[in-house]
Ligand binder design. Sequence first.
Ligand code: MRU
Length: 373
Amino acid sequence: MNVDGKHYTTIWVDETDDKIIQIIDQTRLPHSFEIVNLTTVNEAAAAIKEMWIRGAGLIGATAGYGMYLAALEAPENEFDDFLQLAAREFIDTRPTAKNLEWAVKRQLKAILSVQGTSEKITTAFTTAKSIAVEDAEFCRRIGEHGIHLISEISKRKKGAPVNILTHCNAGWLAFVDYGSATSPIYAAYNAGIPVHVWVDETRPRNQGASLTAWELGKHGVPHDIIVDNAGGHLMQHGMVDIAFVGADRVTTGGDAANKIGTYLKALAAVDNGVPFYVAFPSSTIDWEIKDGIKEIPIEERSEDEVRFMSGKTPEGPQTVLICPEESRARNWGFDVTPSRLITGLITERGICRASEEGLRSLYSEGYSEGTST
Ligand code: MRU
C-alpha cells in the first residue's frame, strides 16, 4: 500500500543483499516511519515477540523469513536439528495467531524434503517468498469478494458514505499487503465508493489509533478514531452500516479469535442488526479444532501494557503510568467470537456462513489435508 506516494509491503528482502530481511518497525508508528534489518533467527523472533511487527499474516510471513535466516545460520553438521529448534522458538513467540505455526510448519516440511545445505537454503528462501506473496494475494482477493458487501449498502444508501466499524489493526500492516478487514474497504475506496471508517482505538496497545488510523490516512480513506466502548452507542443510532474485523485463528466451526474486545462488538452488532463480518486468509484456519472458546490458546501479555501508556509529547516520545502505583493489571490479548454472532466469513475463496458447512463449501480439501494451498 502507499506511504506518502511510495508503495510498501510490510516485509521484504533487501535489494542489495538477500541475507537481509527488512520490516517496518510498527512500535514507532504513527509518529516515526523506521525500517529495521533482520539478519538472525534471534532478531526475527524478537521482531515477533516484541511486536515490532504484529498481526496474524505478518507474524506468519516473518516466521517464514525467520526460518530462511535459520537455514543461513545453521551449522552444516547439525542443520536439521538447528532448524527444528528455530521452528520451536518461533512457534513459542506468540500463541494465538495460527498463521505463525502454519508458516513454520510449511517451511520445515519444504526444507526437510530436500537434500544438501545449499538446496535447503534455496528452498527456505523460495518458500518464505511464496508465503509472503501468497499472503498479499489472498488479502487482495478478500477485497475482491468483500467489496460487494459495501457496494450493496452504498446502492441502498443512494451513494451516501458507507460507515464501517473495525477493531484493532487488520490492515495491510497486519499482513504483507492490503490487509484482511481493510481490503474490502480499500477496494471500495479505490473504486470510488464513498466510505467512512470508525476506528476502535483498541486498548491497551492502541493498534487502531496508531496503526489503522495511520494506514487509512496514508491512503486517503476518511475515518474517525473512537474509544473502544463507543461502538455499541454508534450502532444504536444507525451510525454503523457494517463491521469488518480480522482474525488470528478461526476454528472449523467458524468461531474466530481476534483482538480483545471483538466479542463485545459482535454482541452489539447482533443486538442492533448490524452485519458483522470476519475476514481472513485460509492460513488463519485451524483445521484441528472446532470449539474456539475451549480450544483457542489466548495470549496473556504483560500487565505494563495496561498500566502504562505511551505517546508523543513536545519533548519527544513518553510513557506514563495511568493507574495507582500499587494496582496490578491483567492483560488478555484476544477473545473468541462464537460463530452464531458472525454474519459471514470473507476469505480468499469467497464469502461463506460462519459454520462447518460454510467453510467446507469453500475448503473441502482443508478438512482432510489441513492445508490452505
Ligand atoms: O496483537 P496483535 O496486534 O498481533 O493482534 C492482531 C491483530 O491485529 C488483530 O487481532 C487483528 O484484528 C487480526 S488480523 C491479523
